[in-house]
Design a protein around this ligand. Structure first.
Ligand code: NAD
Length: 296
């Protein structure tokens, strides 16, 4: 069993840390807001800073919202870098910029430690059920060392390549998810305006070629009007921003990613940055001046 540091105990980090604790790992935890009391009751040590977590843990997991937060956790005042000693592994499981990730990894490597970028997909339910998909970038030796921990948090665990490649994979994931939400939204809006019951349309499509997890879960959310997050629109905006900035640097065009981002922007303009990302359909509904509603 390892001494595991865990920084960032929000919607995702809390259940992920709980699963590591359940597996018998000793946890050293920190969150800038507050540490969940059930973790402390289960034996986790609540630390006063990321520095303290890094000095006590051998493998330090980070799960915070965005690139500037990871920067602050790693290199800010009383950050991880101040507490590290050689031979440890820093594992960033947040979804952030691949370009910044390469820089963070090089700076951690200079302290004699390994770095893995290991963002996840599967949402809060996947985190709770330990069924996350984990996409990893970094050295194979560090991957093998951390794999037993990954296996307590997820199911489909892949070493994609070097540092940054995990984050690049996560961006690819987020492009597919956003465009799929947009497609399901357009389809259900079309069907409802044409007079068909969107709930039955969704049911009819579930077994066919248009079937997807997004149609299943987010299609249901669109029909039931349940837009509590889940995955907040502002987090998906962050991911698509990384996609579009990356596309600019790579000199390629991602036209439909740009459209999906504009629809998220429209939701945010209507007070929706904390809505679940399935609420993208609301932007389509505004343009159509028509709202999907369940008939039966
Ligand atoms: P969240 O906002 O619920 O949790 C983030 C936590 O980090 C908060 O508790 C916050 O207080 C803490 N934090 C922020 N700055 C900190 C700092 N400097 N030091 C210590 N703690 C700090 O976010 P989340 O939904 O858990 O998402 C975390 C990451 O996982 C994001 O990058 C997100 O894109 C990704 N993700 C989320 C989901 C999802 O469904 N929510 C799914 C897959 C991936």
């Amino acid at each position: 069993m390892s001494n595991v540091g865990f920084i960032g105990l929000g919607i995702m980090g809390k259940p992920m840390a709980e699963n590591l604790q359940k597996a018998g790992h000793k946890l050293f935890v920190y969150d800038v807001v507050s540490v969940p009391q059930n973790l402390v009751a289960g034996g986790a040590v609540a630390c006063a800073s990321s520095k303290e977590v890094a000095s006590k843990g051998d493998i330090i997991v980070v799960m915070v919202p965005d690139t500037p937060h990871v920067d602050a956790v790693l290199f800010g005042k009383a950050g991880v870098a101040e507490g590290l000693s050689a031979g440890k592994v820093v594992v960033d499981m947040s979804s952030i910029s691949p370009i910044a990730t390469k820089d963070f990894a090089a700076r951690i490597n200079r302290l004699g430690c390994d770095y893995l970028d290991a963002p996840v997909s599967g949402g809060e339910v996947g985190a709770q059920q330990a069924t996350l998909t984990i996409m990893v970038g970094g050295p194979e030796t560090a991957f093998e060392r951390v794999k037993p921990l990954f296996e307590k948090m997820g199911k489909n665990i892949t070493l994609v390549g070097g540092n940054g490649d995990g984050q690049t994979t996560k961006i690819a994931n987020q492009i597919i998810v956003a465009l799929n939400i947009e497609a399901v939204g357009e389809a259900l809006l079309f069907a409802a305006k044409a007079g068909a019951d969107p709930a039955r349309v969704r049911q009819a499509l579930m077994g066919g070629f248009a079937s997807s997890r997004i149609l299943e879960l987010h299609g249901k959310r669109m029909i039931d009007r349940t837009f509590d997050p889940g995955f907040r629109i502002e987090l998906h905006q962050k991911d698509l921003n990384n996609a579009l900035q990356g596309a600019k640097a790579l000199q390629i065009s991602l036209p439909n990613t740009a459209t999906a981002q504009e629809l998220f922007n429209a939701c945010a303009a209507h007070g929706g940055k904390a809505w679940d990302h399935s609420a993208l359909v609301k932007a389509l509904e505004l343009m159509a001046d028509f709202e999907i509603a369940k008939k039966s």
